[in-house]
Design a protein around this ligand. Structure first.
Ligand SMILES: C[S@@+](CC[C@H](N)C(=O)[O-])C[C@H]1O[C@@H](n2cnc3c(N)ncnc32)[C@H](O)[C@@H]1O
Length: 428
């Protein structure tokens, strides 16, 4: 029985009234190289099954922006592993420790983030983004629903679109992650890899960069959607396959396995991580990049009962009910350790939702994140709103428009936490 499963409580992690500041010596100044974390404490999480009751659309009023915050029982996301972080760590032999606070300290900024008063330049908040991108009609075996194109692979029940608009959004995510990681594709100490796997590769943009970085390596990107370019460098291969069915890859054949933004795309993370473990050579790494599903603000400008956080709460519940939860970032460390990985490391990055920070690096991140997240509102939520929560399309779209408006509001100083986790398969 796996201990690292979800509780019904959906809060992504502890809500901090004060930023964590006990590790200030580890908080890197902006534009400096992030400090690699040490191995993690791997605290156990004692949650319950992920597939709780579907969110009741009556308890979350999509049109109400002024209602009280959802209670802890339903949508208020109390941390799922908060107790576990304080518990005696459970570690595999050989795993060193990384304090939970060190793991949570942002690698890419001092905290709190300083707010820009925009006294010198107002143009940073203007966005020409339009969400009316045309759809590709070249692929026929897809489903069209409420103006978006989806994979027709009913088996996987992937709830996000795969149309051109979504592909552009994924490529923008890649750019944001490159900025966050200061141009790096990964943080694990990878040396001379010969075979690399990118799970759920999307448009393949990470795999393409990785194949260029390691011309001697054979890079494979898999996905249920064939949305990758056909002409790629010879050491790169895209495969249409479902990573949740039995893997046909040879045991102990990969030097590195990477995944990014697969929250909501995986029904059984412990199984997926065990498969990664089996497929990796001893001494080689798996690395996961994921987002917290929450909008944090240190000055209270994006409270729990804001449209954005009410919407995210609703999607957290709906995704858990659908069997592929979004709210997994607090569980990944434990799952990696359970799978047998050691020296499991978590790195945390703070990403502003818009260009509200004064700092130019964070401001640039915020510009991209605003455009990306305003698109993500629909991509992550439309199917869950209509199919799981039972909301009408119009009601869903009105709620989503409120969220987009909030994201673009310069007085809302919200940020999302992004995480890198990596762990090493033990040497024999
Ligand atoms: C949010 S996207 C992330 C794409 C890419 N990793 C990135 O960071 O740009 C999730 C991707 O996982 C793919 N996916 C979802 N379920 C899958 C499955 N069971 N097997 C393979 N790929 C899957 C989707 O088709 C989609 O391309």
């Amino acid at each position: 029985m796996d201990n690292h499963t979800h509780s019904e409580d959906t809060r992504p992690e502890p809500k901090e009234t004060e930023p964590v500041n006990t590790e200030t010596e580890k908080a890197e100044p902006v534009n400096s190289e992030p400090v690699n974390g040490e191995a993690v404490n791997g605290a156990a999480v004692n949650g319950q099954a992920t597939s709780g009751e579907p969110a009741n659309p009556e308890t979350i009023n999509p049109q109400s922006t002024t209602s009280a915050p959802p209670s802890n029982e339903d949508t208020n996301p109390e941390p799922e592993n908060a107790e576990a972080v304080d518990d005696e760590p459970v570690r595999p032999p050989g795993a060193a420790t990384q304090s939970a606070e060190a793991a949570e300290a942002p690698q890419n900024t001092m905290f709190p983030i300083q707010v820009d008063d925009f006294s010198t330049d107002d143009s940073d908040f203007e966005s020409d983004f339009s969400d009316l991108t045309s759809l590709s009609s070249s692929v026929l075996d897809y489903e069209y629903e409420n103006g978006r194109r989806y994979s027709s692979n009913r088996h996987t029940q992937y709830i996000m679109p795969n149309d051109e608009q979504e592909q552009d959004r994924l490529d923008l995510c890649h750019h944001i992650w490159l900025l966050l990681l200061k141009g790096e594709l990964f943080k694990a100490p990878i040396k001379n890899p010969q075979k690399i796997l990118d799970l759920g590769t999307g448009t393949g943009i990470w795999a393409i960069d990785c194949a260029e970085k390691f011309p001697e390596a054979h890079v494979i990107g898999n996905d249920i959607s064939a949305i990758q370019p056909q002409w790629v460098c010879p050491n790169l291969e895209f495969i249409v396959e479902d990573y949740e069915v039995e893997w046909l890859y040879k045991a102990e054949s990969f030097d590195f396995i990477h995944s990014r933004l697969l929250a909501g795309c995986v029904a059984d993370w412990p199984q997926l991580l065990r498969r990664c473990y089996d497929a990796l050579k001893p001494g080689c790494y798996v690395e996961l990049h994921e987002s917290a599903f929450w909008a944090y603000s240190d000055d209270g400008t994006c409270p729990d009962d804001s449209p954005l956080n009410q919407y995210l709460s609703a999607l957290i519940q709906a995704s858990a009910a659908s069997g592929k939860p979004y709210n997994i970032q607090n569980l990944l460390r434990g799952w990696l350790i359970d799978a047998g990985f050691e020296d499991v490391t978590q790195l945390t990055y703070w990403l502003p939702y818009s260009p509200w920070p004064k700092d130019p690096y964070l401001k640039e991140l915020g510009k991209y994140q605003q455009i990306m997240s305003q698109q993500a509102i629909e991509a992550y939520g439309l199917r869950l709103c209509t199919q799981v929560l039972g909301w009408g399309v119009d009601v869903s779209k009105i709620f989503q428009a409120q969220c987009r408006k909030q994201i673009g509001d310069r007085n809302v100083h919200a940020y999302v936490k992004e995480y890198v986790f990596y762990g090493r398969k033990p040497f024999r």
